[in-house]
Design a binder for this molecule. Structure first.
Ligand code: Q46
Ligand code: ZN
Ligand code: ZN
Length: 313
């Protein structure tokens, strides 16, 4: 890296981005990263300082970086940490992650809301998954369902106008690849950097959707934010990671291909390529009803999938 100099001040660079043809020293990288986030927020009309923002925080590098950048930009934010109860003898993944989320909030004098799945619903995610999985090994489907439900519920119950998540470009293109391979038009239609609020659903935004994973990691490291370095044990061998590997190989030979894939897709989406007849781009394709159990919107005729899965503790 010492061969490169900062594009702004000519000091030795600590981080280089080939696809942008930029390299930065520590101070100018942190500055650039915050400016780029502000640009994305503006470009997609994500939110304004008048919003009350709930940041989904996992204790990992991306979500803590997002919370850090948003408060530095002056947005009013609270964090939400969901303890999934994924704790084993080798790795107390959920408890360790909670520790990092709490430490960050404390250090920066920010409010963190914590929902403990086991305390609220009597069972951990692996336990909930074990009797609803029909032989599947990974609890990720159940985990995703529970997290989406809790995030929306906490946001709606506490008057937040917006939920932000720290999905980065690598996450987005891996999902895009999966949805494209199976040609899930309804999911493609809704894979947007920002989803407007609709009856019972809070507005959602992904301010990091145009950052490569290594860029968000560099921000967290250069800012010196302690975070949970271990991955969730259930992430190993996931389809998402396989897609990420393939896309990383493509990126090595063609720098910028991930950004191109994502940006071209967003242009096509904005041009209405994935719109069902008679719909606008952000409308759900299926009709929604109110769940009689929790009040959240659902496509089911009776209880929603979450209420069928859990019983309050
Ligand atoms: S936390 Fe949950 Fe992920 Fe772990 S169990 Fe799967 S979905 S891998 S983002
Ligand atoms: Zn510099
Ligand atoms: Zn419900």
């Amino acid at each position: 890296m010492s061969n490169y100099v900062c594009s702004k001040c000519r000091a030795p660079a600590v981080f280089r981005m080939r696809h942008h043809r930029l390299a930065f020293c520590q101070a100018h990288y942190l500055e650039w990263f915050i400016e780029q986030t502000a640009r994305v927020i503006e470009k997609y009309h994500m939110f304004t300082p008048q919003d009350r923002i709930l940041v989904a925080v996992s204790g990992g590098k991306d979500s803590l970086a997002l919370w850090d950048v948003l408060w530095r930009l002056g947005y009013p934010t609270d964090g939400l940490y969901i303890n999934l109860g994924i704790n084993g003898s080798d790795l107390e993944y959920s408890n360790e992650s909670e520790h990092y989320a709490r430490a960050f909030a404390e250090q920066n004098n920010l409010t963190l809301r914590v929902v403990n799945v086991q305390q609220s619903y009597a069972e951990t995610i692996p336990q909930l998954a074990s009797h609803s999985q029909r032989g599947r090994v990974k609890p990720c489907g159940v985990c995703g369902l529970v997290k989406r439900h809790i995030m929306n519920q906490v946001a709606m119950d506490n008057g937040y106008s917006l939920l932000t998540t720290a999905h980065n470009l690598d996450d987005e293109v891996a999902v895009l690849m999966g949805n494209t391979l199976t040609w899930q038009v309804d999911l493609l239609q809704r894979q947007s950097p920002v989803l407007p609020a609709e009856d019972g659903f809070v507005r959602k935004a992904k301010p990091f959707c145009r950052f490569y994973e290594r860029e968000t990691a560099a921000y967290t490291l250069l800012r010196g934010i302690p975070y949970e370095e271990d991955e969730c044990p259930y992430a190993v061998g996931s389809k998402q990671l396989t897609f990420k590997d393939i896309l990383n190989k493509l990126e090595e030979t063609t720098p910028g291909i991930k950004m191109n894939f994502y940006a071209s897709f967003q242009n096509a989406r904005a041009d209405g390529y994935f719109v069902a007849p008679g719909k606008t781009t952000d409308e759900p394709t299926a009709e929604l009803r109110k769940c009689p159990g929790c009040g959240q919107p659902t496509t089911s005729a009776g209880l929603c999938a979450f209420c069928r899965l859990v019983k309050p503790a």
